[in-house]
Design a protein around this ligand. Structure first.
Ligand SMILES: NC(=O)c1ccc[n+]([C@@H]2O[C@H](COP(=O)([O-])OP(=O)(O)OC[C@H]3O[C@@H](n4cnc5c(N)ncnc54)[C@H](OP(=O)(O)O)[C@@H]3O)[C@@H](O)[C@H]2O)c1
Length: 438
């Protein structure tokens, strides 16, 4: 009899979607795996108090919904990380790499911020009254901050050159995770070749091609840094299996001089998922407005929006499916997403959809200029929502072969640039360390 232990790391787990993912992981794992298999959820928060509160919630859920015979099948490990501080990210990676953990089966890069300062109510109210179904899913009335930066990363005077700026939204949502994933490669690559580790990037439904500015990787000049960064997330994840990105992806997934023999057993697979619309604290609203927002998202669901998941537990479905399904199951689902997909190295952005009764399903999502699978073939009539289906953004255009070609070329460029940025920060941290700083 085999005793398999699955280790999954979830960032930003003290509330919102991250907590929903952890709770759902417990249920889905205990339901779907052999009675001898166990799950270890390593979850991060930003303080010990939040870590302890989260532990209580996870344990209460396990005890409430599962018989006592199952309780020893799920364990929880609290960790702290502040993703806008690269030294905090490095400390977490170092701690886990030097721990007893034999391998990391999946990392769900959930934590994040919106970077919004409010809503443009004059646009929001008429837009919602006119079309609540679409305007709550693809809103155009959020007000973003321009040019917000993280605090300095390294102690003053520990570098010969001044530190370059690091965008706050970029670092919290993407770059902090990017560094964490890279630094955890020894554990991710320690998985068996048959069951490789998984990197699950958390995106959003919202980003469109116009949100991303190629000349502003960190989104420092845009008033939509959230959407810009989520578009970049989509581009990185969806192009990660193309030959054009091979060199940069190999560099990202390389293991430099750590944990040795175990380290090169497999290469982790990258997936991208979004939760649809969930009512969480990612948008900060007064209590009364939060209640109105909650009602608005329920109304959108009742008038047919398949993306209006409302509750984090429901929305977590796509993330837990990606984390627990076998790689063959995911590849089969990718191939099933379009008849042409099977023949190409196609990747899908997975999302959670919901019906009016609140039942969730994991579905492929249409991505601007990528389509559903990046096959470049016509898909509207074969898509799950049909050509005018409720899950399509109004006015969405099918991605043609040349759109996908451009998307992949952009992917190759941004993969290179992300790798340059990673190496640049690693060099600075090393230099600072050499000078007694980091
Ligand atoms: N809500 C939606 O409708 C929606 C839609 C699409 C995508 N998403 C994505 O879902 C993910 C989770 O969002 P959410 O809606 O659940 O938001 P949330 O309720 O605000 O939760 C965000 C989590 O991330 C943590 N976090 C924020 N900044 C961090 C940092 N610098 N370092 C470490 N942890 C940090 C927060 O910790 P604290 O509690 O300490 O702040 C919290 O645990 C995000 O990636 C978001 O973009 C959400």
């Amino acid at each position: 009899m085999s005793f398999n232990k699955t280790n999954i790391l979830v960032t930003g787990a003290n509330g919102g979607l991250g907590l929903g993912i952890c709770l759902r992981l417990i249920d889905d794992f205990l339901k779907s795996r052999n009675a001898t298999d166990t799950l270890n959820i390593i979850y991060t928060t930003r303080s010990t108090r939040k870590g302890t509160d989260t532990l209580k919630t996870l344990q209460a859920h396990l005890h409430r919904y599962h018989p006592s015979s199952q309780h020893n099948r799920a364990t929880f490990q609290a960790e702290n990380v502040e993703l806008t501080k690269l030294l905090s990210v490095r400390d977490l990676a170092r701690k886990l790499n030097s721990s007893e953990l034999p391998q990391l089966d999946a990392i769900i890069c959930n934590a994040g911020i919106g970077g919004w300062v409010g809503l443009d109510w004059f646009t929001a109210i008429p837009a919602i009254l006119l079309d609540i179904r679409n305007n709550t899913v693809w809103p155009t009335f959020k007000l973003g901050t321009i040019g917000a930066l993280t605090k300095p990363q390294l102690p003053e005077g520990s570098l010969a050159d001044p530190e370059p700026p690091l965008g706050e939204v970029f670092c919290a949502n993407l770059f902090g995770h990017y560094m964490l994933v890279h630094w955890l490669m020894p554990l991710l690559r320690a998985c068996d070749d048959g069951t490789p580790g998984k990197i699950i990037w958390v995106s959003s439904l919202e980003p469109q091609s116009h949100h991303f500015n190629r000349d502003d990787l960190q989104g420092l000049r845009t008033d939509a840094p959230y959407e810009h960064g989520k578009r970049l997330t989509d581009i990185l994840a969806l192009t990660s299996t193309r030959s054009a990105t091979e060199k940069a992806v190999a560099s990202f997934t390389s293991v430099e001089g750590t944990k040795s023999e175990q380290a090169a057993r497999s290469v982790p697979r990258q997936h991208v998922y979004h939760p649809g619309v969930v009512v969480t604290s990612v948008i900060s609203l007064y209590w009364i407005l939060q209640q109105a927002y909650l009602l608005g998202i329920y109304l959108a669901r009742w008038v047919g929006s398949p993306w209006s998941n409302v509750e984090p537990y429901t929305a977590a479905h796509g993330a837990t499916w990606l984390a627990l399904a076998s790689e063959e199951e995911i590849q089969q689902a990718e191939a099933d997403a379009h008849p042409a997909a099977a023949a190409k190295a196609c990747k899908v952005k997975w999302g959670t959809t919901v019906n009016r009764a609140g039942r969730s399903t994991v579905r492929p999502t249409e991505v601007d200029k990528w389509g559903i699978t990046g096959s470049g073939e016509s898909f509207a009539s074969t898509w799950w929502g049909g050509s005018s289906g409720l899950g399509r953004k109004p006015g969405a255009m099918e991605a043609k072969a040349e759109d996908v070609e451009e998307f992949v070329a952009l992917g190759a460029e941004v993969w290179e640039e992300m790798e340059e940025l990673r190496r640049d920060w690693e060099r600075r941290i090393e230099e600072s360390e050499g000078n007694g700083g980091a």
